[in-house]
Ligand binder design. Structure first.
Ligand code: PEP
Ligand code: MG
Length: 285
């Protein structure tokens, strides 16, 4: 079975009922993009930009970012979902100083930090938009809690797009805060797609620090509350592409359930691409 999965790694994956499920790879470096391409990934469901540029002492310019994003897209040969800086919490960013907080996971992280770093955010959006002229890209915002955060981010994006000419750049959010999953329908008019981040969604739903091995349950395969939130997200956004890029997407045993709930894109670690495609091929709805 493993050999047959590998031999079909570069073919698209359809369920037994003929539904296409995109299997992509999570990417944090050019090496990941090379591994993703070799593994048969159809794109990247999350480019973790805060890790991609983690070595920089100063924020990369829009031009520098665009060059890297285009290189990733061309290397993978498929669409990229580029996530804007997910600064704070478990992901410190060298060129951005977060506020000192006693409880950073519940503090200013992800899109929340960008409210105080508008120029840094606008510059990134400009870089993403420049790259989107040369390779297929979607942009997504991390740690979204309320619709007004998306309205604000879209306003900054519109400014960044002004002057660049027409650019095809679908906009989405990470659904990784329980409030966003519960109220998914409130985001319907603001997004073209969503991507469920089960690592943080499990952390916040189960009140379990993802960095604390004693309590973390990252895969959340056996947590009905997390499954309920995935279901609520899918039900709240009928007709929108729903991706999963948290680690639950790497679990072959979770694939049938995710797909039956309406998930149409799975983004996984590069070595898991072949196996997850094979799991999709066994799904009968
Ligand atoms: C997640 O939270 O599930 C996710 C994919 O993003 P990250 O692990 O980078 O926070
Ligand atoms: Mg996350």
């Amino acid at each position: 079975a493993a050999a047959s999965a590998l031999s079909r790694a570069h073919e698209p994956a359809y369920t037994l009922d003929g539904r296409r499920v995109l299997v992509e790879a999570n990417v944090s470096s050019l090496a990941d993009a090379l591994a993703a391409a070799a593994a048969g990934a159809e794109g990247s469901g999350v480019v973790r930009t805060e890790i991609l540029f983690a070595a920089r002492r100063q924020a990369p310019t829009a031009e520098e970012q665009a060059e890297v994003y285009v290189a990733l897209g061309k290397t993978i040969g498929g669409p990229l979902s580029i996530r804007t800086w997910d600064a704070g919490g478990d992901k410190p960013v060298a060129f951005f100083t977060p506020s000192r907080e006693p409880n950073p996971a519940l503090g200013e992280r992800g899109i929340r930090t960008m409210r105080k770093a508008r120029d840094l955010f606008a510059e990134q959006l400009r870089g993403i938009a420049m790259a989107a002229r040369e390779t297929p890209i979607r942009v997504m915002f991390p740690m979204v809690t309320r619709p007004e955060e998306v309205s604000w981010a879209r306003g900054v994006l519109d400014e960044a797009l002004a002057g660049l000419g027409p650019v095809e750049l679908p906009v989405g959010i990470m659904v990784e805060v329980p409030a966003a999953a519960i109220r998914a329908a409130d985001f319907a008019g603001l997004v073209d797609f969503v991507s469920i981040g089960t690592n943080d969604l499990a952390q916040y739903t189960l009140a379990s620090d993802r960095t604390n091995a004693a309590v973390s349950r990252l895969s959340s395969l056996d947590d009905p509350a997390v499954w309920d939130l995935i279901e609520l997200t899918c039900r709240g956004l009928p007709g929108k592409p729903i991706a999963v890029c948290g680690s639950i997407a790497n679990e072959p045993d979770a694939v049938a359930r995710l797909v039956s709930l309406g998930v149409s894109e799975l983004s996984v670690r590069p070595p898991m691409v072949a196996q997850i495609k094979q799991a999709v091929r066994q799904v009968s709805e």
